[in-house]
Design a protein around this ligand. Structure first.
Ligand SMILES: NC(=O)c1ccc[n+]([C@@H]2O[C@H](COP(=O)([O-])OP(=O)(O)OC[C@H]3O[C@@H](n4cnc5c(N)ncnc54)[C@H](O)[C@@H]3O)[C@@H](O)[C@H]2O)c1
Length: 388
């Protein structure tokens, strides 16, 4: 008889656990991830950036792309032919047949919010391309729903993984700059009318926004990540060369909560070619500039107080992003996979991804009101993400 009691306990425990999981079925996704230690990603959207995801995930041993979907049958078919990955025109069918752990949202920016909310019922984790979504109200709904369902969401900010940026952040965290004085980001890129006309969603308020929302969202994220919370911003934008609704040029001055000032300078009207994508941080005891095209090359590393270990190998080992296609996207995915398998906090979760969208809205609000905007705030006059 005695042996039956542990058996009964076992049955009751597992029946309860099973029923609990049925009601909170989202937990199942994490448990499967944990056991598998191999993450299956599925792509929602088979456009330009999908190619990068294939390259980036393709070089990882503990991950694969199990499926893809696109509402455009031609895009789905081309993708399947190119990569031999099953592609669908219906997301539900893709999820049912390929059972992914993560859905990568690679649709036009103005669709990210609706796409995520529609797919939420399948209880999969999300990776979403930048920017997270175009309105803060959508982002807040997504964060609440993910939290309720214990779904993880990650926003792609691959430049945070660039080696010179990683070292710059380390120097900031160590306090090597002393009092922070000024931080500047610059985007001086060329995007001509051909680029904007190629995809009808580009440059529209409803589906993209301008240079601040699209190209500079990486640099705006960087500024906040490195310098901390923004207290206020004042901005101006213009549409100089591109035939689009939103801005092709924008500038802003910022004040950070730590007292430092900041400058954002962004344009897609650089001619005749791309010039730079850079970030510089100046403090009482040091200056670092990371430039190149996508904050990928260390240009200045100067500190009054030396740190033998850090300074010795900075130029040799950390001054450049390796010249390998989609290298920093791969680093981003490694972080996502670690977070899922070991249930750790990822570097760019949903709350992190929200910050740059909030600042972008504050900049547009300042443009509309011609006033300094103090954060946090509720957007009233922004056209970004508004479908007419
Ligand atoms: N991280 C980066 O550096 C980076 C670089 C480029 C683009 N992006 C971002 O990636 C996103 C996509 O950009 P892109 O250049 O690949 O756009 P794209 O227009 O080339 O591709 C988008 C694809 O999504 C498909 N689509 C639209 N609605 C869909 C739906 N409901 N379900 C499935 N598919 C759908 C379209 O048919 C299209 O094929 C944008 O948000 C952009 O900002 C990020």
């Amino acid at each position: 008889m005695a042996y039956k009691i542990p058996l009964l306990k076992f049955v009751i425990t597992y029946t309860n656990l099973f029923l609990y999981r049925l009601t909170k079925n989202v937990i199942i996704a994490h448990i499967i991830v944990d056991k598998a230690k191999h993450i299956r990603f599925a792509l929602v959207g088979c456009g330009a950036i999908a190619n990068k995801h294939v390259t980036a995930i393709g070089r990882l041993d503990n991950a694969s792309i199990c499926g893809a979907c696109d509402i455009d049958p031609k895009a789905a078919q081309t993708f399947q032919q190119k990569y031999g990955i099953p592609a669908y025109t219906d997301a539900q069918k893709m999820i049912e047949e390929t059972d992914p752990h993560v859905l990568n949202i690679l649709t036009p920016s103005g669709l990210h919010g609706d796409n995520i909310m529609e797919l939420m019922k399948f209880n999969r984790n999300f990776v979403v391309e930048k920017p997270f979504a175009l309105t803060l109200s959508q982002i807040d709904k997504i964060l609440e729903e993910c939290d309720k369902r214990r779904i993880k969401i990650f926003v792609i900010k691959q430049n945070r993984f660039n080696p010179p940026i990683v070292k710059l952040k380390e120097a900031l965290d160590k306090g090597r700059f002393g009092k922070l004085v000024l931080a500047t980001v610059r985007v001086r890129w060329r995007r001509d009318d051909k680029y904007y006309k190629e995809k009808p969603w580009r440059g529209t308020w409803a589906y993209d926004g301008g240079v601040l929302t699209n190209q500079a969202s990486h640099h705006i994220d960087m500024l906040i990540w490195l310098m901390g919370q923004v207290e206020s911003v004042m901005a101006k934008t213009a549409t100089h060369l591109a035939d689009i609704e939103a801005d092709d040029t924008g500038v802003a001055i910022l004040k950070f909560k730590n007292g430092a000032l900041g400058v954002i300078e962004a344009t897609t009207a650089a001619r005749p070619k791309d010039l730079e994508g850079s970030v510089s941080v100046l403090g009482q005891k040091g200056t670092v500039v990371v430039g190149g095209f996508f904050m990928n090359e260390l240009q200045t590393w100067e500190f009054e107080d030396k740190d033998e270990q850090m300074d010795a190998d900075i130029w040799k080992n950390y001054s450049k992003v390796p010249a390998v296609a989609a290298w920093n996207h791969t680093e981003f995915f490694k972080d996502v996979i670690e977070s899922l398998i070991y249930d750790k906090q990822g570097l760019v979760g949903g709350i992190e991804g929200r910050k740059s969208v909030e600042l972008i809205h504050a900049m547009y609000e300042s443009v509309e009101t011609q006033k300094e905007v103090f954060l946090s705030f509720i957007p009233k006059r922004c056209r970004l993400g508004v479908i007419k």
